[in-house]
Design a protein around this ligand. Structure first.
Ligand code: ZN
Length: 395
């Protein structure tokens, strides 16, 4: 049975049905409390909370087995989305998660309220979408009277601003099918469209979208993750920003004979990936690669000299600058290597009081600067001259 579905276009039809069947006192005013999905942020993790109240048949509602079985779709939908999304990053630093909270309700638990001038929607409480589950096979649909022109291939922010309603049916047979419909409740449009064929219509994948979850397939791909994140932002919800870029470093150190005795120099290219939370807190990672072997007067013994190191990044940001420092390296490559030159210290800062990089934001979404680190104790010195360049797509 096909699981292809339609998300919009039938609002007028439902209104006609609603106008016939409602009682006048069922008409409420617009809900004042916040409607729509909510989004929470924990570090680099962004979670969309989708509350769905599903009006099921009495025989399902009154049977514990039936109720439990239906509510089992909740975890399956969440697993489906989260297994796909956890392999992807949005904006280069964020991981998106889905938290569907499903409840089963009876026909007595919801009422019609006016959504727009010409649309009545099923409602329960603010922040909950309402779906009527039809045991007869029919095309599942989410109605969006707020952005009625959003057709196939067009995402819509309404589910983050308003509670929507719609119909699901026995055509939904698998976790994939339920996950697809939940995609509409997160503002994702279909990756297919209906085209005329043989006096009727047939479904046709949009270019490049064959086999995706929002088509008739399984794939939660980068495009879907990007669209979900973009839709959240377009709905006016602030997400952490992601800055990526590079730092090139020319590093020198001199350590006197009393302290090993070493003169060394090398250049590094460091890939930076920073996340800036709403309060300006900076977290991230740095992956520094030495450009060729460091030039040192002293051998490295049997173990290989470290060529790549990874370090955590912490700091704070304002509207005008990024401030951060690299922490102690957390891993070295190749395996078994060590930093015999101690050159890493010239970048992450041998200075125990901290070596902070301050990078001016020179234009929206672009931070650029040069900075030298100098840590000198007597005749020993660790220094680096660094050029930094970072960009942020959504700043
Ligand atoms: Zn659909």
């Amino acid at each position: 049975m096909t699981a292809r579905v339609l998300r919009a276009g039938a609002a007028t039809l439902l209104f006609a049905f609603a106008a016939l069947s409602i009682q006048p006192d069922a008409l409420g005013s617009h809900a004042a409390a916040a409607e729509g999905n909510t989004v929470t942020v924990d570090g680099r993790d962004v979670t969309v909370h989708v509350r769905v109240d599903v009006n099921v048949a009495d025989e399902v509602l009154q049977s514990e087995i039936g109720r439990t079985a239906f509510l089992g779709w909740q975890d399956k939908i969440n697993d489906y989305w989260n297994q796909g999304l956890r392999q992807l990053q949005y904006d280069g630093c964020l991981t998106l998660h889905v938290d569907v909270q499903m409840a089963v309700i009876s026909v007595d638990d919801w009422k019609y309220r006016s959504a727009t001038e010409d649309y009545l929607k099923m409602t329960t409480q603010p922040g909950h979408h309402v779906i009527s589950f039809d045991l007869n096979p029919s095309r599942p649909v989410v109605f969006d009277p707020y952005q009625p022109d959003a057709g196939p291939g067009m995402d819509f922010t309404s589910p983050f601003k308003y509670d929507l309603d719609g119909n699901w049916s026995d055509e939904l047979e698998t976790a994939r099918d339920f996950a697809h419909e939940t995609g509409h409740l997160m503002g994702l449009g279909d990756d297919y469209q209906d085209v005329p064929a043989d006096g009727g219509t047939r479904s046709e994948s949009l270019p490049g979208r064959e086999g995706t979850l929002m088509d008739s397939g399984d794939a939660i791909d980068q495009n879907i993750a990007d669209r979900l994140g973009d839709t959240i932002r377009k709905a006016g919800i602030k997400l952490p920003t992601c800055w990526t870029g590079t730092m090139t470093s020319s590093a020198n150190e001199t350590v006197t004979a009393d302290n090993v005795g070493l003169v060394c120099s090398g250049t590094w290219t460091t890939a930076l990936s920073l996340t800036i939370a709403g309060d300006g807190t900076v977290t991230g990672t740095a992956v520094a690669t030495v450009d060729g072997p460091p030039a040192c007067q002293r051998g490295h013994g049997a173990n290989p000299q470290m060529e790549v190191f990874r370090a955590p990044v912490t700091g704070s940001a304002t509207d005008t600058e990024l401030r951060f420092r690299l922490g102690t390296p957390s891993s070295y490559e190749p395996a078994g290597s060590a930093d015999f030159t101690a050159l890493t210290a010239t970048i992450y800062g041998a200075d125990p009081s901290g070596a902070t990089f301050t990078v001016p934001i020179t234009s929206p979404g672009h931070a650029q600067g040069e900075q030298s680190l100098r840590f000198v104790v007597g005749a020993n010195s660790f220094t680096s001259d660094n050029t930094l360049d970072l960009t942020c797509k959504h700043c």
